[in-house]
Design a protein around this ligand. Sequence first.
Ligand SMILES: Cc1ncc(COP(=O)(O)O)c(C=O)c1O
Length: 394
Amino acid sequence: METQCYIQIANNNLLKVTNRPDIVMCKGKGMYLYDTDGKRYLDLVAGWGVNSLGHSPKAIAKALAKQAKTLVNASPAYYNVPMIEFAEMLSEISHFQRAFFCSTGAEANEGAIKLARKYGSVHKKGAIEIITTLNSFHGRTITTMAASGKAAFQKLYEPKTPGFKKVKYNDLKAVKSAVSKKTCAVMIEPIQGEFGVYPASEDYVSGLREFCDKNGILLIFDEVQTGMGRTGKMFCYEHFGIEPDIMTLAKGIGSGFPLAAMLAKEKLNIFEPGEQGGTYTGQPLAMAAGIAVLNEFRKSRVVQNCADMGALIVSRLHKLSEEYEIENIRGMGLLIGFDLKKTKGADFVNKCLKDGLLINSPQEKSVRLMPPLVIKEKEIDELFAIMIKNLARK
Ligand SMILES: Cc1ncc(COP(=O)(O)O)c(C=O)c1O
């Protein structure tokens, strides 16, 4: 079918939820996406920070095909083999003993919020309040929108779930003054990705850990965007030398397959049967994808590649900023943000799209790079060649 026909059908039949360019993707391979006109795009959006192993990785295709022939769905009422294997693998590579599986980051965060409230009811006389941060993003369910500090969410879909107090990010004093007897948890992203890639400071995170410990408050890390190797370590909390009580994961954990997890410390194994669940918890295909991702990470040293290639991109950005409009370079591993002095972020993204490069502008002035973790120098050369073409000189 002609691309224009697809676009017409899309315009007539899809519920409009976002502005999309008039292109239709039909194939992905490695670092590249292809549209229905056969045009190739170097992909630094990666399914929104998802395709950690690139497009259509053989390891995932093989694991999914094998699992599809063995067991597609077993029901959440029973254990299944890959569910058990994957839970064990996650506890081996992290500081958490307990896993709950689901399909999206928002769902994992809902689980974390429920677990924090359950902790409040068991250990803190019914405390239900959770302190979150301004400009944070935790998902698009009504409760995770209520938890999010994204400005555009604040007036949407009222009334939202109560019980969230939002304070300035990277401000320990603000957390301390917001805490009350009703507080059961503090929830942060170690890097505010959707707001434009703003990392937490080490003092802030270690101060939060100490304060939460002293007051019997849980510390929740939303690592939906930063987890699974994205920042050059398996989990972003490792950069700070602390351990949260609960961590949520999604995006890269399935490298494109819908999969998410809420991991918790042993002391938080406190749900009563029936208090948390979901039809697709521990879904065997998703579990097989997760296992294949971790095996491939090990085999191909993917996290090390992420750290190395992230450092290379950042150093080349700094070099570029001597001549071009780039400023405020920030991030960790392959979650990188920078600002543009002259060109609008959205215009830059559109120009690059025309030249076959997919990148993202989370805020008016900012650009975010979140490529597959398997990116190589050759593709970084291509990235810089297209960016240079579209950047204004200083
Ligand atoms: C930090 C963070 N939390 C939660 C979410 C929501 O994840 P999902 O879209 O899979 O529900 C996102 C998505 O971008 C995110 O970046």
